[in-house]
Design a protein around this ligand. Structure first.
Ligand code: MG
Ligand code: MG
Length: 247
């Protein structure tokens, strides 16, 4: 999984280097695709979830701009100064998966967007610091939610992190917030050897989201910007090991 994670890291680093005003999201998708295929990685997003060509997600990466939260389809949209662009990449290498996302500020972004990107990254970093064996996931999720909300932002409810291993999406569900329902039915204790994708999705305004007519792109209902940050991690005997940080 670390080998897969290293390739995902390289692909996203390349996207961060290359993203600039005037580039289309399809061109950015190509940069990511070329990086992971040249390393022998097999993309997990195209034609998800059926993997039947022509059915499912029509892109190699999810590229979501401004009020798009997740699952944006790469296309002819041109990036411009001030945009915030989240790039999500999942691949399989040697039978194991890596899944990671970053949000890239394009040129000079507003102070609000700068704070949004920073708080989203901080929320992921905070979760990683809090992961250790024997702890309940809701204890970690409560701290993530608190950090987002004390900064005046909100956590997406409809989409959550997940277990990951030989498949991209495995049990358990890994939310970035706490609900009574999840406490009763979904909570779990962190155990050494568990591998999870932790992925805060943060909205500058209210938490409500809508899926566009393309069937994929998730946008904020109030049109405020959103950011997304994700790492694949392993729970170890003493804490947490990040598998998609390039080591
Ligand atoms: Mg992802
Ligand atoms: Mg994921």
């Amino acid at each position: 999984m670390r080998a897969a994670g290293r390739v995902v890291f390289r692909a996203l680093s390349r996207a961060r280097e290359m993203a600039r005003p005037g580039m289309t999201t399809l061109e950015l998708d190509r940069v990511v695709y070329d990086t992971y295929t040249s390393a022998g990685g097999h993309g997990l997003f195209q034609w998800y979830p059926t993997y039947e060509p022509g059915k499912g997600f029509p892109g190699n990466t999810c590229i979501s701009v401004n009020d798009e939260v997740v699952h944006g389809i790469p296309g002819d949209r041109v990036l411009k100064d001030g945009d915030v662009v989240s790039v999500d990449c999942g691949i399989q290498l040697g039978g194991y998966c890596g899944d990671s996302a970053i949000t890239i500020p394009i040129g000079q972004v507003s102070p609000e967007c700068e704070k949004l990107c920073r708080v989203t990254e901080e929320t992921l970093a905070l979760a990683i610091r809090e992961v250790r064996p024997g702890r309940r996931w809701t204890d970690v999720a409560a701290k993530m939610q608190e950090h987002v909300e004390k900064n005046g932002f909100s956590c997406v409810r409809e989409f959550v992190g997940h277990g990951i291993g030989v498949k991209m999406h495995e049990d358990p569900k890994v939310p970035n917030f706490v609900s009574d329902d999840f406490r009763k039915k979904g909570d779990f204790y962190l155990q050494p050897g568990m591998t999870l994708a932790i992925e805060p999705m943060v909205i500058a305004g209210q938490c409500d989201v809508v899926v566009l007519d393309d069937g994929w792109t998730v946008v904020t209902k109030d049109s405020t910007p959103a950011a997304h940050s994700e790492h694949t991690i392993a729970v170890t005997a003493t804490g947490c090991d990040v598998l998609t940080d390039g080591r």
